[in-house]
Ligand binder design. Structure first.
Ligand SMILES: [Zn+2]
Length: 282
């Protein structure tokens, strides 16, 4: 069994053919999908998508939706976690984080709003004892600062999944109990830094994700020119085993080894998936 630890199956891109997307994932052996919400208005959709694919979901507000999420987003997360706390499919808080790349969200007020949203949600995750699925874009050091602060205050977040672009950041996340997600970006020959990390980090740190419909792997990638001509590039969970072939090559592992290692790591990062595996149909 493969686990896609991060896919936005509830996204509008999948509205035309969601059941087929799920069928292709299952046929490819991607039996467990984790669907993170992006703001309170998508909480129900993430949960429904998880039910539809016999998978799991996470609740939280994504930094790119900091303004749409509204001033009440942290309280709404707390209420939703309370409401669904006995739902075995709820496995994490996410997708939360900080985006220090997208130009529209780099003014002082937007950065402050992102940080307040992230810090508030981290505290809620720590209180609920749930791991977090992080959005990291040029923001690893700021994300780590808040994780360390909670740890120092004696209310640590129980790990989760992050991304890193240097070994130092990667190991800082690992020290805080995190696994590191690898996906389509790793399949590009030019992504030297990501490929080096995928090749060299300790095996027990690595998990796989598609972030579908985003981050299409190299074989689905469309250039700006192709996109202008209407060519689509939609990533989907069924691509995960082929993405994993890149990891297998980089590590010198067989595909079976890659599956066994990354699945075990995903279960360690999101422990509620273990119980879910026992209660589900397959
Ligand atoms: Zn995402």
């Amino acid at each position: 069994m493969w686990i896609d630890t991060h896919c936005h199956l509830d996204a509008a891109e999948f509205d035309p053919d969601r059941p087929e997307v799920i069928a292709r994932a299952h046929a490819a052996g991607v039996r467990r999908l984790v669907v993170p919400a992006v703001m309170p208005s998508t909480f129900d959709a993430a949960r429904e998508a998880a039910l539809l694919c016999d998978g799991a979901y996470a609740l939280g507000s994504h930094p790119l939706y900091v303004h749409q999420a509204g001033p009440d987003a942290v309280r709404q997360l707390e209420q939703a976690l309370q409401h669904w706390r006995d739902d075995p499919r709820l496995v994490a808080v996410g997708e939360i984080g900080l985006d220090h790349f997208v130009p529209e969200l780099q003014d002082e007020a937007s950065r402050a709003a992102q940080e307040a949203l992230y810090a508030g949600q981290l505290a809620v995750a720590a209180k609920a004892g749930l791991p977090v699925i992080l959005h990291v874009r040029r923001s690893a050091d700021h994300l780590l600062k808040h994780l360390r602060r909670l740890k120092t205050e004696g209310r640590p977040v129980p790990g989760g999944i992050a991304h890193a672009f240097s070994e130092q950041q990667a190991m800082a996340f690992v020290e805080l109990g995190f696994k590191l997600g690898f996906g389509g970006a790793m399949t590009f020959d030019k992504a030297l830094q990501i490929r080096r990390l995928a090749a060299q980090l300790p095996a027990e740190c690595l998990v796989l994700e598609t972030d579908a419909p985003d981050i299409p792997p190299q074989w689905l990638y469309r250039t700006a020119e192709e996109r202008a001509q209407g060519a689509r590039s939609r990533n989907e969970p069924a691509e995960l085993p082929r993405i994993a072939e890149t990891l297998a090559e980089l590590r010198g592992w067989t595909l079976d080894e890659t599956r066994a290692i990354t699945t075990a790591n995903a279960l360690a990062a999101l422990p509620r998936l273990v119980a879910l595996g026992r209660t589900l149909r397959t």
